[in-house]
Design a protein around this ligand. Structure first.
Ligand code: NAD
Length: 479
């Protein structure tokens, strides 16, 4: 059997952690320089080992300069951009949902645009009694949970923000995206260790379960939790007794009023709802159109390249793509259809998709499961509303109070204002695709963890820091 240095280091570290400190504080020569989890490049099966390694990495990062922190982030960016194709396709193969070109693009985009240390804000108060500085300090080791819809992209965005804030992170990924999570994390850490000399800044649990998530949440060295996913994981994080940042589910409604540029609205709805086959939490999920322009809007959708299903075809699709689940037999998106191509949905409906068809759509009533359920597939239901007030009321109702994302297409500023006030969502986009709300074709910065329920909004390095105040009494005000 071949033993390399990293295996020997791990065995020694394990033995030392089990026997505890030597008498009188004397350390064996071997214990010097042996970091917990050294050589593992962030991939662990045991939660306690992962947290110990991430804690050591965080302590090491604290000793380093801001410049080195920036270099770590540059390494993550470089790998996300240079290896986006290989890693994106790996994610596509493993999860089997979404679109390969968007899996690749998401990694590249996060590598390019996720904000780094430049976002950290320092405030100063200067007056007769001297100077107070408020700076952003790290929490320590953060526990993160990531969704199957964007496994490595969420880890990438979280890692950049969290490390920019001076933290390390242990990720419990979705089991269906665990392999690409481990591969990406391993590549990040190997390069960071080679260039900066710190391993395990980003750790991942290679065999994630609900139990490993619970162990991670409860670990005494976890200072903060950040979860990105549906309602169950948000509830679990908030029950943990720790501070939790919850990037929860959405069901983004779109309102189209009689003043809208219908062709632009159609192009935007297709761009947003078809992106990665509607897996984005911010993607357009249902559209409420005022009656006076409803038929024109449907024509605009067809002109823009979407395939319209008739009532029978919608019924046929619904019977397969919406399942009854749970004791109460409530509607939910059927796993076999989540994130599948528009052509798959069209064929299941009995329609004939044209080459390049990205989105299917059709008219339903407001109670239809495609309206009520966060379907995460490229079929978008269109519902007639009597007028804009009715459309806004429906949008508010079917957003389910998540306060996540809402979109309007209108040239009437009063209507825009009314909807913004009524829906009270974290992201509110006017006259663009949903992605404009994340700075892609709109202003602002990017993150794939949008914390609505706990109020942090589009997460950034500041989200993952504590405020610390440092006061100098009566001196250093030099003006
Ligand atoms: P999911 O809720 O099924 O899983 C998300 C993660 O939570 C997974 O890692 C899963 O293993 C874990 N999990 C689930 N229940 C848990 C529990 N009780 N305890 C601990 N961990 C638990 O969601 P998904 O299908 O992976 O992703 C899609 C969902 O995520 C959608 O609802 C979408 O809106 C949401 N989402 C939100 C954002 C955002 O920024 N707000 C971003 C992406 C996805």
């Amino acid at each position: 059997m071949q033993l390399d240095e990293s295996i020997i280091r791990n065995v020694v570290a394990q033995v030392l952690s089990e026997v505890g400190p030597m008498p009188n504080g004397t350390a064996t020569p071997l214990s010097k320089n042996v970091a917990p989890g050294a050589g593992r490049n962030g991939v662990f099966t045991d939660v306690n080992e992962a947290v110990a390694a991430a804690k050591h990495a965080h302590e090491e990062l604290r000793r380093r300069s801001m410049d080195e922190r920036k270099q770590v982030i540059e390494i993550i960016r470089r790998i996300s951009i240079d290896q986006c194709e290989e890693l994106g396709l790996m994610e596509m193969r493993e999860t089997g949902i979404g679109r390969p070109e968007h899996k690749i693009e998401k990694l590249k985009t996060l590598g390019t645009l996720a904000p780094g240390t430049e976002m950290l804000e320092t405030k100063a108060f200067s007056g007769d009694h001297g100077l107070a500085l408020i700076e952003r300090a790290p929490f320590g080791v953060i526990a993160a949970i990531t969704p199957v819809t964007h496994s490595l992209p969420t880890i990438t965005g979280n890692a950049v923000s969290m490390i920019a804030g001076g933290n390390s992170v242990v990720v419990n990924p979705h089991p269906s995206g665990k392999k690409v999570a481990a591969e990406g994390v391993s590549r990040f850490n190997a390069a960071i260790e080679a260039e900066i000399g710190i391993d395990n800044l980003i750790c991942v649990i290679a065999e994630p379960t609900l139990e490993t998530a619970d162990t991670l949440f409860a670990h005494r060295d976890i200072a903060l939790i950040c979860v990105t996913g549906g309602p169950a994981v948000g509830r679990a994080a908030l029950r943990s007794g720790k501070r939790a940042i919850v990037a929860g589910p959405g069901n983004p409604p779109v309102v189209v009023d009689e003043t809208a540029d219908l062709d632009n609205a159609a192009r935007c709805i297709i761009q947003g709802a078809a992106y990665d086959n509607n897996l984005l939490c911010i993607s357009e999920k249902e559209v409420f159109v005022v009656d006076s322009v409803f038929d024109d809007m449907m024509a605009a959708m067809r002109r823009a390249g979407a395939l319209q299903l008739d009532a029978t075809q919608i019924q046929t699709l619904t019977s397969q793509a919406i399942a009854k689940v749970g004791d109460d037999q409530h509607d939910a998106a059927a796993k076999d259809f989540i994130g599948k191509d528009a052509s798959v949905l069209a064929r299941a409906a009995g329609a004939h998709p044209h080459e390049g068809c990205e989105l299917v759509f059709g008219e339903t009533d407001e109670h239809h499961p495609f309206v009520t359920v966060e379907q995460m597939m490229p079929f978008v239901p269109f519902v007639r509303a009597r007028n804009v007030d009715h459309a806004i009321a429906l949008a508010k109702h079917y957003e389910h109070g998540f306060r996540h994302t809402a979109i309007i297409h209108s040239r009437n500023v009063s209507n825009m204002t009314k909807m913004g006030r009524e829906l009270d969502t974290t992201l509110y986009i006017k006259n663009g695709p949903c992605t404009a709300g994340l700075g892609l074709g709109g202003e602002g910065y990017l993150s794939f963890s949008i914390a609505g329920p706990t109020g942090e909004g589009v997460t950034s390095p500041n989200t993952f820091t504590r405020e610390r105040r440092c006061t100098m009494v009566d001196e250093l005000r030099v003006i």
